[in-house]
Design a protein around this ligand. Sequence first.
Ligand code: ZN
Length: 149
Amino acid sequence: MCLHQRLACKCGRNEAYLFHRDDILPEKVVINLYCPECRNQADWDDTTMIEDVGWIIEYDIEAAKFYIGLKGVHNLINNLITPEFIFDEDYCSWYGMSPKDLEENARVHQELFPLQKKDKLSYFNELKKRRLSQFAELKRAGWRKAQNI
Ligand SMILES: [Zn+2]
């Protein structure tokens, strides 16, 4: 089971879909979420925060160490559990490639639904084409999770 949550940012003007790999970290491990419009309210601290294309996620690092340690997933020295580690290992990061990737995906599926009914093969080809062009766009925009694809 992988938990995911939809979280509003600090100013409430935007929201993001967050993914929690294997349900190890609880929702409350995210202390704050800042969108590009409210990121200036964040008191930047690289020991608890990660930045991605203008968004900032602030983690409760002590809680993260506790829960990851509890599961015994990694025999890591505690100080290796950093915001980058939590994000890159998907313990708590965007659902998909960006805060809105899940929504974007749902929109594409909805758009292609009539085609799915009509012609399965064209549907899969079109889906693949759209997804690849989305990935290229996300990569160009600099999203961290899109850099290695
Ligand atoms: Zn905001």
